[in-house]
Design a protein around this ligand. Structure first.
Ligand code: ADP
Length: 223
């Protein structure tokens, strides 16, 4: 369960999130919509703990983020997968090594890395691309490598910031299908998108506008 209580986030004078309160039950699949500049990325970055709220409190599974120790915060970061809309892969490393990166940082053993990276690449349909450099893959395939990297630590929560913005319809559908499968495997998913219809199976739909939030369930009822 993720809870925001009266959360605001400012960048200098710019108000990115304005007094947002919401509860997201575990295993939800949340679509975040809103025009450019509405605060979608800010909300995801906050939940990834890349940002600290200017005001209010973010609570995850009963723990207030502001009260976490540095070690607990790092642990939390590893339990969350984050996918940006700009796919950033290391160009001179194989797909395998790109996916392995968070596990190497976390100090996992080579055996574990071998097993989990292979499983993650298989999960996104790219087992055969393991040894390739990212540059030989299509944009959609590169995004799937980034997704494999985000799920390699088996996160309970997956945050995706316009993950299909740069992709054609077919490639975007494959990503949406993966998210559906992850959610069916009990991963909580939040995805910011201008293309909600593509992400079938969502349980909640949020609209942000100038840092303010409206929340709806799958029937369109306000929550
Ligand atoms: P969205 O993802 O919906 O396009 P953002 O969360 O990126 O919206 O931005 C929300 C507001 O916060 C915008 O007014 C934006 O200009 C501002 N903002 C976002 N990031 C920064 C930053 N690093 N520095 C200054 N202002 C920012």
């Amino acid at each position: 369960m993720i809870e925001l209580k009266d959360v605001s986030l400012r960048y200098g004078k710019s108000v990115a999130l304005n007094q947002i309160s919401l509860q997201i039950p575990a295993k939800s699949y949340v679509i975040i919509e809103g025009p450019s500049g509405a605060g979608k990325s800010s909300l995801l970055r906050l939940l990834a703990s890349f940002e600290i709220p200017t005001k209010g409190e973010v609570t995850v599974t009963g723990k207030a983020m502001s009260k976490l120790s540095r070690a607990a915060r790092s642990h939390y970061r590893r339990s969350v997968g984050y996918i940006g809309n700009d796919v950033i892969l290391l160009p001179n490393r194989s797909c395998f090594e790109n996916v392995a990166l968070p596990m190497r940082i976390a100090g996992n053993s080579n055996e574990e890395i071998q097993a989990r990276v292979s499983a993650a690449l298989t999960r996104v349909g790219l087992a055969k691309a393991s040894k390739f450099l990212p540059s030989v893959l299509s944009g959609g395939e590169q995004q799937r490598v980034a997704i494999a990297r985000a799920i390699v630590n088996r996160p309970a929560v997956l945050l995706a910031d316009e993950p299909t913005a740069q992709l054609d319809g077919l490639a975007a559908d494959k990503i949406a299908q993966l998210f559906r499968e992850f959610n069916q495997a009990n991963v909580t998913i939040l995805v910011a998108t201008h293309d909600a219809e593509r992400f079938k199976g969502w349980t909640h739909r949020m609209k942000l506008n100038a840092g303010k939030l409206e929340l709806f369930d799958a029937k369109g009822d306000a929550l």
